[in-house]
Ligand binder design. Sequence first.
Ligand code: SAM
Length: 326
Amino acid sequence: MRDTYQRDINYLRVSVTDRCNLRCVYCMPAEGVKALPHDEILRLEEIETIVRAASLTGVKKIRLTGGEPLVRLGLESLIQRISNIPGIDDLTLTTNALLLPGHASSLKEAGVKRVNISLDTLRTERYREITRGGDLATAWEGINAALDAGMHPVKINTVVMRGFNDDEVVAMARLTLNRPIHVRFIEVMPIGSSNSWTNGRFVPTEEIIAQISSKLGPLLPAKMSSGSGPAKYYQLKGAEGTIGFIASMSEHFCQSCNRLRLTANGALRPCLYDSREVDLKTPLRAGADLKELADLFMDAVALKPDRHHMLEGWRDKSRVMSQIGG
Ligand code: SAM
């Protein structure tokens, strides 16, 4: 399906739960966010029905996310159901990896081809601090479990934050040298429940690239075989993995945005930074059929803005603008 700006919308990110087993400082307040009542959350078969409707509109790619998707009971069975939907040819997961040990193989068998793992630091204490209590060794067990299960590619997503982990970008980049690990550096965005926390933390992609190449040599352009999305990929000479950059703020890629988001309580969001949404849960529970749900997808697509306006909403705007030359 095409939106007003002629973008082909073929990708749906599905939040399967609002709950998370971590409390990352830039994502959530310390006390967490109030969990949605159980009945508000889509049941697994409702998610399946919505993905079926999505596939009728041309959605081919599904990413399961959250909250933390692996805390959702029955996730494997949902994955199996989605894998069997005609037209869905790519099914992936974004996770903090803590629950991957012991589950990676069954997730792969159920139909997850590859995972994106969020990891912002290689230091045990810092990990505990950023995630408010997470255990880095367990996250690494999860990363290794994904590699051992043959998930490919395994991507590590690192949000770079000034004064927090910007001194680790070279160490993170080194991870790609001897293992098929693909590290992607993401610019911090003023989203989540800790918007003000991000003030003063922004590090532009250009600066990260300069740091890495001055220490590890030139970054050579590289291609990802699958799921390249908005990242630009490079590789260190002789490295097994790649290094990607997602410059959501300094060089937004909205002109090629192909996605919609389904919230855990059954609403379609046309843009990460747009609070407008199209309710699917109510019509679904009132008996809407696949065609009617597919029409609601078209309504959501019609709401897609030409670009996000995250900078405009950021108290840190002028500082960030000066760093990205805007
Ligand atoms: N729990 C899963 C995980 O940890 O990957 C999935 C949900 S998590 C919200 C998805 C991704 O959003 C993570 O990679 C996280 O780092 C990223 N994220 C959250 N808040 C962000 C922010 N303010 N700026 C940039 N990325 C952010």
